[in-house]
Design a protein around this ligand. Structure first.
Ligand SMILES: Cc1ncc(COP(=O)(O)O)c(C=O)c1O
Ligand SMILES: C[C@H](O)[C@H](N)C(=O)O
Length: 342
């Protein structure tokens, strides 16, 4: 990736003159079956511009899962940039939203007391769990029958596709816009890509420039992103298998999890496991493993040694936690490190 960057195109991508950037955008638009695409420096910018591009005159609202990144970790962007209310929905099954959850909370009609739902924003994967395509289809059909736009925060949609063998194009059928991260588990140093209809992406480019997101020589970044799609995406199945194996090994020593392990995330249930997170964090540090509260994330460069060190750290932490009186509460962190209410 680094070597390839050295021979990147150096056109001005604000004026659409950078070959590498244009080819990345064209490629991801084709992969998702959308008319156009726009490279942006972050998933937050991608989500916020997507939703702002869908919205016009307030009062309006966005319906999403209460754990969604757009609601919990984008610094109130929906309220500030889109003047939008949010309807955060708690899935009854504690894992993923269903059409019944949506119908329970969606705001329809023109009652002057309300902020009608104009966008339903889903997240796949969310906390590493996969949103079932059947549910996506049901929610999308409902949304479209009520002229509500569908956005997908697909920061980790690459993982969902790798785990289900469902193509990005198939997922794309049910959304008006999708934001996909090229950083994170895809391993590119920077960036995300927003896909959608031509006219919406044209508006999105305008908002990107307005927010100072226009990038001059973006070729270096988009070359790395293209390589991430070529070389890292195909490794995700192996990473998921490592996460599943780690999960069963940890269950064997008494660790419980908040959510099913379906891709590269493991969310420990520290209370149920009797794991003191302060002790765990200390043991993980001693073992040279980076963890964040109850959340464990694997990627294509997570070595077997790192996994062994993590298991040693958890085993030691469990023993010390069970021996000590109090267990500390889970750290709150910027993003929900607890994915369930209980
Ligand atoms: C689901 C999800 N969406 C969006 C984002 C935002 O991406 P970025 O950090 O690049 O702004 C993140 C985290 O980074 C995320 O986990
Ligand atoms: C929370 C932070 O923004 C990042 N999305 C993460 O999942 O770590």
């Amino acid at each position: 990736m680094v070597a390839a960057v050295a021979s990147s195109s150096v056109g001005d991508s604000v004026y659409g003159e950078d070959d590498n950037s244009n080819s990345l955008e064209k490629r991801v638009a084709q992969l998702t079956g959308k008319e156009d695409a726009m490279y942006v420096v972050s998933g937050t910018m991608s989500n916020q511009i997507a939703i702002r591009s869908h919205l016009y005159q307030p009062p309006h609202s966005v319906l999403c899962d209460y754990r969604s990144h757009i609601y919990t970790a984008e610094a109130a962007g929906l309220a500030i940039l889109s003047q939008s209310m949010v309807t955060p929905v708690h899935p009854k099954n504690s894992v993923h939203l269903t059409l019944e959850d949506v119908k329970r909370s969606v705001i329809l009609g023109e009652d002057v007391h309300t902020a009608p739902t104009r966008v339903i924003s889903l997240e796949n994967t969310l906390g590493g769990t996969i949103l079932p395509i059947e549910e996506i289809k049901r929610i999308s059909e409902f949304a479209r029958s009520h002229n509500i736009k569908m956005h997908l925060d697909g920061a980790r949609l690459w993982n969902a596709s790798a785990a289900t063998d469902i193509s990005l194009e198939e997922y794309g059928k049910y959304f008006d816009t999708i934001s996909l991260c090229l950083s994170k588990g895809m391993g590119a140093p920077v960036g995300s890509i927003l896909v959608g209809p031509k006219d919406l992406i044209k508006k999105a480019r305008w908002l990107r420039k307005q927010q100072g997101g226009g990038i001059r020589q973006a070729g270096w970044l988009t070359t790395a992103a293209n390589i991430a799609i070529d070389e890292v995406w195909p490794t995700m199945k192996a990473t998921h298998a490592k996460a599943a194996k780690l999960g069963s090994d940890l269950e064997a020593i008494g660790v419980h999890f908040q959510l099913p392990i379906q891709t590269n995330f493991l969310f420990i249930d520290s209370a149920k496991s009797g794991l003191d997170l302060a002790i765990f964090s200390e043991e993980a540090k001693n073992a040279g493993v980076k963890v964040w509260g109850e959340r464990l994330v694997l990627h294509h460069q997570t070595s077997d040694l790192a996994i062994d060190n993590l298991k040693t750290a958890i085993s030691k932490a469990l023993k010390r936690s069970h021996a000590s009186a109090e267990t500390s509460s889970a750290p709150t962190g910027a993003y929900r490190t607890r994915m369930t209410d209980n």
